[in-house]
Design a protein around this ligand. Structure first.
Ligand SMILES: [Fe+2]
Length: 276
């Protein structure tokens, strides 16, 4: 596959990485459908994202504990030697020290379900449904399961997925994306988005097919978006605080969440709730 350079601005700061893949411009069509979208009733529908209140402090603590337990379980299953008493999520990279170990851990934490959490995820289904003014569910019919993913990004690594839209995959077309900061999420590590990009027609987007992009040896399910007709992508980090969540359209371009902190692992939670 040909090698390309993906160049972005994240909060005005340039960022580049190499990506292997076959890139093409799409057809003259807009995939985002306002009628089917869970964000059609909100004031920020044309921006494509918002930061919202999501938890009380008590709830956030419970959720955070449950995320930690899932990560600890994944470390233990892989027989990685560590001291549980001194473990903290922000120092994950000191325990999971190699790419190989990390890939083994995220193979587990990328594919979780509602049942894997000692936290009532359906509480969030209702809460975000109320914010959006539509009914949501955690059940993804096409996959016949719920889907929750813990994202772990070690400091100064390429533990990122490329800029992409989840909506290119049929089962994510009519969902709301929810991104929840758990640990180490700040102005240097939080998820970047490209405002208003859900409205871009396909002939203004240069991208790969699904599973068509490789970064740092890893192949990604979602197509990688290299650039738009507007030129270099000027992404921003909305940077939700603890107890908040970033919610956005699955057609909003997001990703490239590089962690530029020196000694801090970033952990976040990604939920996807279909509109009923
Ligand atoms: Fe995504």
């Amino acid at each position: 596959m040909p090698n390309k350079k993906c160049s972005l601005l994240i909060d005005y700061k340039p960022f580049n990485f190499d990506v292997e893949g076959e890139f093409f411009w799409g057809e003259d069509e807009v995939l985002y459908s306002e009628l089917d979208s869970p964000i059609s009733g909100v004031t920020w529908k044309d921006i494509g994202y918002s930061v919202v209140e999501a938890f009380t402090e008590g709830e956030f603590e419970l959720l955070s504990k449950s995320v930690t337990k899932n990560i600890l379980d994944a470390i233990k299953v892989n027989n990685i030697d560590f001291d549980e008493k001194t473990f903290s999520l922000s120092k994950y990279h000191e325990v999971v020290r190699t790419d190989k170990m990390h890939n083994e851990v995220i193979n587990i934490t990328r594919n979780l379900e509602v049942e894997d959490f000692d936290f009532d995820i359906n509480l969030l289904v209702e809460r975000f449904g109320n914010i959006l003014g539509c009914q949501l569910t955690s059940w993804v019919e096409e996959l016949q399961k719920s889907h929750i993913q813990i994202r772990i990004s070690r400091p100064e690594t390429l533990d990122i997925n490329p800029p992409h839209r989840d909506g290119y995959l049929s089962y994510w077309e009519d969902i709301i994306n929810v991104w929840i900061p758990i640990e180490g999420c700040n102005e240097k590590s939080s998820l970047p988005v490209l405002p208003k990009s859900h409205l871009l027609p396909e002939n203004e987007i240069l991208r790969t097919e699904s599973k068509g992009a490789k970064i740092n040896g890893n192949i990604y399910y979602v197509p990688c978006i290299l650039e738009t007709k507007n030129g270099i992508m000027e992404m921003v980090r909305p940077n939700p605080k603890p107890c908040e969540a970033l919610i956005f359209s699955p057609f909003l371009i997001h990703g490239a969440a590089v962690n530029e902190n020196k000694n801090l692992t970033r952990v976040s939670l990604e939920l996807r709730f279909p509109k009923v």
